[in-house]
Design a protein around this ligand. Structure first.
Ligand SMILES: Nc1ncnc2c1ncn2[C@@H]1O[C@H](COP(=O)(O)OP(=O)(O)OP(=O)(O)O)[C@@H](O)[C@H]1O
Ligand SMILES: [Mg+2]
Length: 469
């Protein structure tokens, strides 16, 4: 039966002192089988998962000569034809951690920093093609006693691997493990984040540009939602332009908080303050034990709404000096609602549909795309009739809809405050963060404790040492 599933095969040799041994290598969907003879059972078996490692030896011109697997606690090396081993590597490269990243890539500038990682540009020695390496230090993973952080890394990888290739979603290429870090290798996006793109422009973007950005965000997130994946951290910093200053192709990145949407997912407040769907902040676990929180793709739609608001006004959706105030406004969905006259009523109505307080009434990616593409205002005006009587200029509180949330929940302030106490960044709003030179707002997840511990990250000056041999 296993023979039917063979997706690649080749001959490999193990060097022995007297006579070398020849083996058949077969690559199946989830494992590599190596046997002397096709009639025999496999002598070596490598399951392709993130607990296993595969090593490579390279020769001249960075061509692969041998690969190594762990067997009975020893590294066993197999020789093969370079081109075939290269094909093997390409087929397994995002299913298993590989060693020896420095054999394949040179390390260049740091291009990003996140809560748990540094992102550096690397160049393939053989092709000179650039890639982005998201480096997660093992020290950071180990700092937490439980396996949480490693599990989250594994989850991020699983989700990235599951996502079908899409022009508006980042593609994971390879995985490496060094002594000190894990490396996720992505296609390299030359442009800036959407946050920087907007910030660098001193003026509002034109209607066609806003439409193009919105359409791409919707297409990307629709692909995730169709695959039952929720991103949970949609924000301007997690969208990157493929080419500098060009919005023809933008990609959603950072699936660090993403989940496969199953009912078993435990509740955790997660996302970035200012972009979090209010239903998350309004749910209080202990008080409403019987009502289990079910994540819906609509939480991403609210995030896109907050992004669109920023794009259309150049201001954050919720203006606040302190984290507490920001979270409070975010929870109650308190923002200055106005018709943004520089843009069409279609964009304004989509914005309103995305920022709908009630997740059941909030528009989906499909609906938003339909409206954007058909340009029809009727559909959305009907859908939002109930919210259209809102004061157009003053700050307002969107009424809690009675069909989903019966009673207004108490703000779980104490819990969030305790959890956020060490996240200094949350005590200044986004603009002040920008002034202070940081251009990102880190994400957080209370249950998963995605904390900010910059001391565990490798300093910029040590960048050159990031890639390990
Ligand atoms: N493929 C890429 N090409 C270019 N730049 C990238 C790429 N991936 C990430 N970056 C840059 O690195 C920054 C951090 O990356 P990312 O958002 O994935 O990490 P993060 O926010 O730390 O994620 P997490 O908190 O989940 O670990 C991005 O905001 C972006 O500027
Ligand atoms: Mg990020």
């Amino acid at each position: 039966m296993e023979f039917d599933q063979v997706i690649f095969c080749c001959e490999v040799i193990r060097k022995h002192l007297i006579v070398n041994k020849h083996y058949h290598l077969q690559l199946l969907q989830n494992k590599i089988l190596i046997r002397e003879n096709l009639e025999h059972i496999a002598k070596y078996e490598v399951v392709l998962n993130l607990k296993q490692q595969i090593s490579w030896k390279i020769g001249e011109n960075h061509k692969i000569k041998e690969f190594g697997i762990r067997y009975n606690n020893k590294l066993k090396w197999f020789k093969g034809i370079s081109d075939q081993l290269e094909q093997l590597k390409q087929r397994i490269s995002n299913k298993i951690f590989m060693t020896g990243i420095s054999n394949f890539y040179s390390s260049h500038d740091q291009i990003g920093t996140g809560a748990s990682c540094k992102v550096i540009m690397i160049k393939d020695y053989a092709t000179q093609i650039s890639y982005a390496a998201k480096c997660v230090s093992k020290e950071y993973i180990r700092k937490k006693k439980t396996s949480d952080r490693f599990d989250r890394l594994v989850n991020e990888i699983e989700i990235l691997r599951t996502l079908k290739q899409h022009p508006n979603l980042i593609k994971l290429q390879e995985l490496y493990e060094g002594e000190n870090s894990y490396y996720l290798i992505f296609e390299y996006l030359e442009g800036e984040t959407l946050h920087k793109f907007i910030k660098n422009r001193g003026h509002l973007l034109t209607e066609p540009i806003v439409r193009s950005i919105l359409q791409q965000l919707l297409l990307g997130i629709r692909q995730c939602h169709q695959q039952n994946i929720i991103h949970r951290d949609m924000k301007l910093e997690n969208v990157v332009l493929t080419k500098l200053n060009k919005i023809d192709n933008i990609k959603i990145i950072d699936f660090g908080l993403a989940i496969f949407n199953t009912p078993e997912i435990p509740f955790s407040i997660c996302g970035t303050p200012g972009y979090i769907a209010p239903e998350i902040l309004n749910y209080e676990e202990n008080k409403y034990k019987s009502e289990k929180f079910i994540y819906t793709p609509q939480i991403d739609m609210f995030g896109i709404g907050a992004m669109l608001y920023r794009i259309m006004t150049r201001e954050p959706l919720f203006n606040a000096e302190k984290t507490k105030e920001l979270l409070h406004k975010n929870q109650k969905c308190l923002y200055t609602k106005r018709s943004i006259t520089q843009y069409s009523s279609v964009l304004n109505l989509i914005l309103q549909g995305l920022l709908e307080f009630n997740p059941k009434k909030r528009i989906s990616a499909d609906q938003a795309l339909e409206i954007l593409q058909s340009q029809s205002i009727n559909q959305i005006t009907q859908r939002n009739e109930s919210t259209n009587n809102i004061n157009q200029t003053e700050e307002f509180q969107i009424q809690t809809s009675t069909d989903v949330i019966q009673t207004p929940y108490l703000f779980p302030n104490r819990k969030i405050k305790t959890e956020l106490a060490f996240l200094h960044s949350y005590h200044i709003n986004e603009d002040r963060i920008c002034q202070s030179g940081k251009s990102y707002l880190p994400s957080f997840s209370i249950r998963q404790s995605l904390d900010i511990e910059h001391d565990s990250l490798i300093e910029e000056t040590e960048r050159d040492q990031v890639l390990e041999l």
